[in-house]
Design a protein around this ligand. Sequence first.
Ligand SMILES: [Mg+2]
Length: 245
Amino acid sequence: MHLLLRASSTTFSFHRPKIFASLMSYSTHRARLRGVVFDMDGTLTVPVIDFPAMYRAVLGEQEYLRIRAENPSGIDILQYIERWAPDRQQKAFAAIAEHERRGLELLQIMPGAAELCTFLDSKMIRRGLITRNVKTAVDLFHQRFGIVFSPALSREFRPYKPDPAPLLHICSSWNIQPNEVMMVGDSLKDDVACGKRAGAFTCLLDQSGRYEDPQFDGEDLKPDFKVSSLSDIFHLLEAHFDLIP
Ligand SMILES: [Mg+2]
């Protein structure tokens, strides 16, 4: 597990006064954590959507290659589509829906997800979900795996990630501060960006080590923590936070 707890990071300088002002025992130096918000695709579920194939279908080969070259950390397909004319948009959403439907057929829960949820429930730590996928996919996830997240915001909630709005909405509905929440996801540009902008702790799930690539060295956006599996999050939470609902 890689811990990127950086005292110099923006998020940590935000928390620092609270952490360093305390003169009590070591355990009180730890930040309080009251809720965890998860991304769905690639975080709570095993990646089954073939995103490159989806982007090719929506953008066409040439446009896909051009946009991919300009956006090495990932393509925000919804953002491109929003600028298009209605008829082109409709075709694009149909292609996306078809890829998402195929993904749903193969949907599997991420190893460690059920155990992590059981652990959070035992500590009475709230669990929320934010996805750029559609509500029917979230409903299917809840039904198929019997683990319900609340609130669970899908892309019908605007603006979606990386805007901090959905995370701020969840914090407000829980009546807790964003700096008492952790956003966990497999996307730097969506999940970590959303969490940082909201003022939450962030944890990047990087199963394949793709964020180890030197192209991310100059990236300003850094998560507070990076893990290669959801199972690493137990240790991370217990080592760095006071889990007090
Ligand atoms: Mg994801």
